[in-house]
Design a protein around this ligand. Sequence first.
Ligand code: AMP
Ligand code: ZN
Length: 142
Amino acid sequence: MSEDCIFCQIVDGEIPGRIVYEDDDAVAFLDANPMAPGHTLVVPRTHHETLGDLPADEGEAVFAALHRLAPVVEAAVDADASTVAFNNGEAAGQEVPHVHGHVIPRFEGDGGGPIHTVAGSRPDLSDEDLDAIADDIASAAE
Ligand code: AMP
Ligand code: ZN
């Protein structure tokens, strides 16, 4: 546990949270400042800042909880869809430095956009650039 982490404090019951699901490795609770009714956060029980810091088994537990909860959350608020995403690192907008996946219920005509709207302007990449990037990622992912 990280003493000054609000999500660690929710996981440990030190501050209140509207917990909607928990298992041995993951906990889910309602976002306190929701983007939509039912906006839910899924966190690993242990404190890690980003997905890259998270051990594989805890990452699997977080994804399993997201997989379980996305349809359940949608149904609970009668949503048409959901956006499931991580702000993975400060430059991507992460404010709480404890890994968390957002399940944001979406509704036809809600005025929001797809995740393509969260990055800045699109880069101008050649086929060679794309090949090189794909090779770099593929060899690092082995
Ligand atoms: P992020 O920008 O991805 O780090 O998102 C952090 C999220 O945590 C925001 O959507 C906040 O509304 C939410 N949040 C902050 N404090 C709390 C809290 N005490 N309980 C539940 N959600 C919180
Ligand atoms: Zn934490």
